[in-house]
Design a protein around this ligand. Sequence first.
Ligand code: PNS
Length: 165
Amino acid sequence: MTRKAIYPGSFDPVTLGHFDIIKRSSEVVDHLTVAVLDNPRKIELFSFQERFDMLKKITAGLPNVDVDFFKGLLVDYASAKNTRVIIKGLRAISDFEFEFQMALVNQRLDPKIETLFMMTNSEYAHLSSSIVKEVASLDGDISHMVPPELHEIIVNKIKAKNNGG
Ligand code: PNS
């Protein structure tokens, strides 16, 4: 049996915390799909294509990882991909309540799908996409928060946004 898993998220933008979960998950499954939520109703800073391309870039060196997108219910997407495992990262107790609720809803919607939680690396416990956007928009240093190959793209995008772009 091939052990496949899906790591879903908005990734607006992807952080070193996300990348750490991607890398560690890819080491314990045969194949990992990083799935970007394409939700036209949610306003993100980075376009769907930009978020997808950033993930492609940082996972290029991980042979058993691919990047995909999904719309609609996560369990429907997982089921269509014949994948039973969803991986979620947990940073703090504050994450737990909402993740617990989502996992229970997903369990109700499709009992075949299992949500597995992976604890953050303590080095990244303070990180989130929102924190990255907040710090960068105030000209703070985000180099310890995002993958180095994305640093410039992310800083430029946030600067452009600040300048009304
Ligand atoms: O990175 P995020 O924004 O925390 O990711 C949240 C995500 C994309 C995993 C979650 O919003 C999701 O699964 N959305 C798809 C819609 C869905 O299945 N909702 C039912 C579960 S409550």
